[in-house]
Design a protein around this ligand. Structure first.
Ligand SMILES: [Zn+2]
Length: 243
């Protein structure tokens, strides 16, 4: 399939409609419309090029590992149930680098778009978000903080990737709380990924994102642990496999 649509679809002549088979008086949407809509949604979702199109449930490599298998199955159930999720309850995927957290989170977004399910879905890397907001404080920045954050508040399903990957400061914790609490109040669903353990000590999530945010996080997500899994990126270097 080519990356760009031809100017005019040969099947429908660009009208978007074709006669229904066996009933020339009726029309149905042309297949090109689904493709177009899908591509628009993928572009609007902000999924990084390195994760699309290769991060799907089908390409998730579970290595015969029970932790990964059960994580994949649970996240898949979540995607299948969308948008009928339980009162905006999302997921908190916790695991080491390379466990496949981001892969599964992206797979949810891709599944929703590919199956034509409703909802504005958005991917956001936490570290890039903080950097973008910090850059917006320059006097000549084109967009301000509230404009950067607005799409995160409005998305029906948000993936916030690598939560806690930035050195904590009051500023960073305030941003996190603002996003988490706004989505909580609006009953919007969020999938968080993090490699920070869900603990209250100095190395834990509470220290990174603050007590209030961690408490909200527990109220609005189901924890899915992917801990104790080897780093597949290191492993694949050894075996020479390409993921
Ligand atoms: Zn067409």
């Amino acid at each position: 399939m080519s990356a760009l649509l031809p100017a005019t679809c040969a099947r429908c002549n660009g009208s978007g409609w074709v006669p229904t088979a066996g009933d020339s008086l009726r029309v149905e949407p042309c297949g090109c419309q689904g493709d177009l809509r899908r591509r628009q949604r993928i572009a609007a979702s902000n999924i990084p090029r390195r994760y699309y199109p290769n991060c799907t449930f089908e390409t998730f490599y579970e290595k015969n590992n029970t932790v990964l298998k059960s994580a994949r199955n649970r996240v898949r159930e979540f995607a299948d149930a969308w948008p009928m999720t339980n009162e905006g309850r999302g997921l908190l995927l916790i695991g080491g680098c390379g466990a496949g957290k981001t892969h599964l989170a992206v797979a949810v977004l891709v599944e929703i778009i590919h199956s034509g399910k409703s909802g504005r879905v958005l991917f956001c890397n936490f570290q890039e978000l903080i950097q973008e907001i910090q850059a917006s404080f320059d006097a000549d920045a084109a967009v301000g903080k509230s404009e950067i954050l607005r799409p995160l508040l409005e998305a029906d399903l948000l993936v916030l990737d690598e939560l806690g990957s930035v050195r904590p400061s009051q500023f960073v914790q305030d941003i996190i709380y603002y996003v988490i609490n706004s989505r909580y109040n609006a009953v919007r669903t969020t999938i968080f990924t993090t490699n920070v353990p869900d603990k209250a000590d100095d190395e834990g999530l509470e220290h990174k994102i603050g007590t209030r945010s961690r408490s909200r996080l527990h109220e609005m997500t189901e924890l899915i642990s992917m801990r104790g899994v080897d780093d597949h990126r290191i492993k694949n270097k050894q075996t020479g496999n390409i993921i």
